[in-house]
Design a protein around this ligand. Structure first.
Ligand SMILES: NC(=O)c1ccc[n+]([C@@H]2O[C@H](COP(=O)([O-])OP(=O)(O)OC[C@H]3O[C@@H](n4cnc5c(N)ncnc54)[C@H](OP(=O)(O)O)[C@@H]3O)[C@@H](O)[C@H]2O)c1
Ligand SMILES: [Zn+2]
Length: 345
């Protein structure tokens, strides 16, 4: 089959479109003909330097939708011809966290496309239990856009922060994959949404998605604008994934009893906090990592009902995966960049 692989970590030029052996499935696995694979910031970090990546040569791609073309002897939940989206997390299934239904906390979990070969390919193999069936009218691109970004944003805002109707939520970098998902989910929860981005073009897109206030953080201090627009109260929830560069301002945006929920550190993983202000304002800081297979089924159902509309920035042919990485590194995307094994998607 054709796939985009890298033989060693480094720059965009390490991504090569090559002929590689077809995956061979075990009794509990399925073989999926990839119809779409979305690109994540994690792919860029994996290509550059993340030490967990294996095997080599490596095929990236954690967000995969496609058609089942082969099933192992023990597989009962899906059959050949089914349309599926794959949950990216492969948990151990046996530890206390897994048995509690918190498989995103499993210490032994691996991610498709990160610690296995993934979806930058014509075919990918995965455990059968990672497959969620798609209804026939659901596009493969929309389905592939959902697992990492929408699942993570759902877990952050609904499961962890428990956003309620009428609350004020600040979404940082609303044009990112997780940000565009967070914006939609916060609106679905009935929140009033403040959104930041680095360009006015992205802010216009954010308004089209329902953002109530938009802030270009490159020419202003977003925490000052948030405080001004909320009558100095601040927001109830800050949706963080940018990390060191925004941390101080994110905390400054929080109202009394505010919650900050974070899933990422694009700009660095060390931040400080004034402990006295934290307890006086009764702030809550929350971590959040991906989500569960059950939550993935919930958000796919919401998308099938038209209540979530995955934002696709563009679809590129698989052989142009390097260009997809360039676009995301240049921060040109609003929403998800998807790859398709078809040459003219
Ligand atoms: N823990 C989890 O389960 C999980 C799951 C998914 C994602 N994440 C994390 O969430 C973050 C976003 O992921 P994504 O896939 O949504 O990314 P993405 O689509 O590539 O978007 C990243 C955005 O961050 C903003 N940004 C701000 N400062 C930046 C800087 N110095 N360099 C680069 N970008 C900067 C940019 O938007 P502006 O230019 O508009 O600011 C950029 O478009 C990543 O850190 C990722 O690892 C974590
Ligand atoms: Zn486990």
């Amino acid at each position: 089959m054709k796939a985009v692989v890298f033989h060693e970590q480094g720059g965009i030029d390490q991504l090569c479109y090559e002929e590689v052996p077809d995956p061979i499935i075990s009794a509990s696995e399925i073989l999926v003909k990839v119809c779409a694979c979305a690109v994540n910031h994690l792919d860029i970090r994996a290509r550059r330097d993340r030490p967990e990546v294996e095997p080599f040569p490596h095929i990236l791609g954690s967000d995969i939708s496609g058609e089942v073309v082969e099933v192992g002897a023990d597989v009962r939940n899906v059959g050949v011809g089914d349309s599926v989206v794959l949950s990216p997390c492969v948990p151990c299934g046996q530890c206390a966290d897994c048995l509690n239904g918190d498989e995103n906390l499993c210490d032994a979990q691996i991610l498709l496309g990160f610690q296995t070969n993934g979806g930058y390919a014509e075919y990918v193999k995965a455990p059968a239990e990672n497959a969620t069936l798609l209804s026939s009218h659901f596009s493969y691109y929309e389905a592939a856009a959902m697992p990492m970004a929408y699942l993570t944003a759902w877990h952050m805002l609904v499961t962890r922060a428990g956003v309620r109707p009428g609350e004020d939520v600040l979404i940082l970098s609303a044009g990112s994959g997780v940000g565009s998902a967070g914006l939609q989910i916060a609106k679905l929860c009935g929140a009033r949404v403040f959104a930041t981005a680095s360009t006015d073009g992205k802010l216009e897109r954010a308004r089209q998605l329902g953002a109530d206030f938009t802030i270009n953080y490159t020419d202003t201090d977003f925490s000052e604008i948030v405080r001004e627009k909320t009558g100095e109260r601040g927001v109830d929830v800050v949706f963080e994934h940018v990390g060191a560069a925004t941390w101080d301002k994110s905390i400054a945006c929080l109202a009394k009893k505010g919650r900050l929920v974070s899933c990422g550190v694009t700009t660095g993983n060390i931040g400080e906090i004034d402990i006295r202000k934290m307890y006086q304002k009764q702030l809550t800081l929350m971590g959040s990592a991906l989500g569960t297979a059950s939550e993935l089924r919930t958000i796919i159902r919401l998308a099938e009902q038209g209540k979530l509309n995955p934002v696709i920035d563009r679809v590129l042919p698989l052989r142009e995966a390097a260009e997809a990485h360039r676009i995301m590194e240049a921060r040109e995307n609003f929403g998800k960049v998807c790859l398709s094994p078809v040459d003219s998607p």
